[in-house]
Design a protein around this ligand. Structure first.
Ligand code: NZQ
Ligand code: ZN
Length: 386
């Protein structure tokens, strides 16, 4: 096991009715900017619950943060923060609203030339304006981590940043919010969390037995509850297991002391930036082929995953490993997710080389757990996924 330092300061308020506790967590006298997305919270009662809970505060609202939070929209929100002298941010939404809020938390205190630097200067953010979240869509883990992914339509870029200053102070996780989530987004949430675990697990054995079993148990739980969630998102038991699994998949716990890959996400973000494909679907397009392409360096973990998660006990190590990859593809398909790029766009013949060129220009010469996946390798994996 590798050395690690681990600290996660985000407080979690989990369960039914927890939204009403906002006022016990947000300091009195805060001037709160409540941030939300395209309006789902107006239809499912979450808006009313939050507004009621914030009745003792001075509150300004900013809605309209789109899926894949857009830089130009966030700049409008930044102006509100400055004009209104906001002191506390509250994100009410899924990963996009939360990530957008993290950007604003950092940008509010940023003194450099342009806040886009935050996405490109590779400096971990150590300080941000205090913020909290009310999670409405389990998927990204953003509610309990310090990362954020921001999109800039003007340049078709989607870049990640973060740092120890960008953990939410607290997050409200009420599984009842899941009831109103459409099938497409439920499938996305399951697939995203599932792939988060894979990115931190499907590398090489390092003797971290507990981290392996944490990872496998999160995947097993997602696989177990997926049919129930897709059938009836108001099934509270399934919803609560789904929600907590998504949070634990990317709150830092399972990544301590183990290598991480994250190449599927790096490539996937490009597919969203270029074609607007939902984040989770880009991962489903690429994951299986990433593991096929990097089979030799990942086969031990692939076989362990096949055995422990999918009960594949027959065959050689290689056969089990291949079966594990196929099970992964089948799982995505069982959620109704198409796993070929050509299912989403007709404009794919140059995608591999476009992404390779972008990676080269950014100096991303070596991705993956061995820092050895070159832009040409990424091109080949994407081409396998056409
Ligand atoms: O905008 P509204 O109207 O609220 O609708 C949203 C949106 O259209 C809807 N929705 C959310 N909660 C709902 C609901 N509809 C009905 N009922 C509810 N309770 O769902 C749609 C998608 O929302 P979004 O926030 O975009 O989805 P998700 O949570 O999957 O977030 C995706 C974003 O997170 C980034 C992705 O790249 C993408 O930009 N990620 C962030 C990560 C992180 N910070 O750690 C890691 C991830 O790997 C990921 O990259
Ligand atoms: Zn993801």
């Amino acid at each position: 096991m590798n050395n690690f330092k681990y600290r996660n300061p985000t407080k979690i308020l989990f369960g039914k009715g927890q939204i009403e506790n906002l006022s016990t967590e947000i300091p009195a006298n805060s001037k709160v900017l409540m941030l939300y997305g395209g309006g789902s919270i107006m239809k499912n009662g979450i808006y009313e619950q939050v507004i009621k809970a914030l009745s003792g505060y001075e509150v300004v609202e900013f809605g309209g943060i789109p899926a894949n939070p857009e830089y130009s929209v966030l700049l409008d929100a930044l102006k509100v923060i400055k004009d209104e002298k906001i002191t506390y941010l509250l994100a009410v939404g899924g990963g996009s609203v939360i990530d957008g809020t993290k950007f604003l938390s950092a940008a509010a205190l940023y003194e450099g030339e342009t806040p886009w630097d935050l996405l490109t200067n590779k400096k971990p953010v150590t300080e941000g304006m205090p913020f909290a979240t009310v999670l409405t869509l389990p998927a990204t883990g953003s509610e309990m981590n310090s990362g954020s992914v921001i999109t800039r339509a003007e340049t078709k870029e989607k870049l990640a940043f973060g740092g120890p200053g960008l953990f939410p102070i607290f997050s409200v996780l009420d599984p009842e919010v899941i009831q109103s989530i459409p099938q497409r987004q439920l499938a996305n949430g399951i697939a995203d969390a599932f792939t988060h675990v894979l990115e931190q697990y499907m590398t090489y054995p390092i003797g971290a037995k507990l981290q392996d079993r944490f990872a496998e148990s999160i995947i097993q739980t997602l696989v177990e509850v997926a049919p129930a969630i897709m059938k009836d998102p108001s099934d509270y038991e399934a919803a609560s297991n789904f929600m907590w699994s998504c949070t634990l998949a990317l709150n830092g716990l399972i990544q301590q002391g183990v290598p991480g890959d994250w190449a599927v996400h790096s490539m996937g973000h490009e597919l969203t930036a270029l074609y607007g494909i939902d984040h989770a679907r880009t991962l489903a397009i690429l994951a299986g082929n990433h593991y096929r392409y990097n089979f030799e360096t990942k086969k031990e973990k692939l076989a362990q995953y096949a055995e422990r998660v999918w009960n594949i006990t027959e065959g050689t190590l290689e056969e089990k490993a291949h079966a594990g990859i196929n099970k992964t593809d089948e799982f995505f398909k069982s959620l109704g997710i198409d796993i070929k790029l050509s299912d989403y766009t007709e404009d794919y013949s140059e995608t591999g080389s476009i992404v390779a060129k972008r990676f080269t220009e950014r100096g991303w010469g070596g991705l993956g757990e061995h820092k050895s996946l070159t832009p040409t390798d990424a091109q080949k994996i994407i081409e396998m996924s056409y």
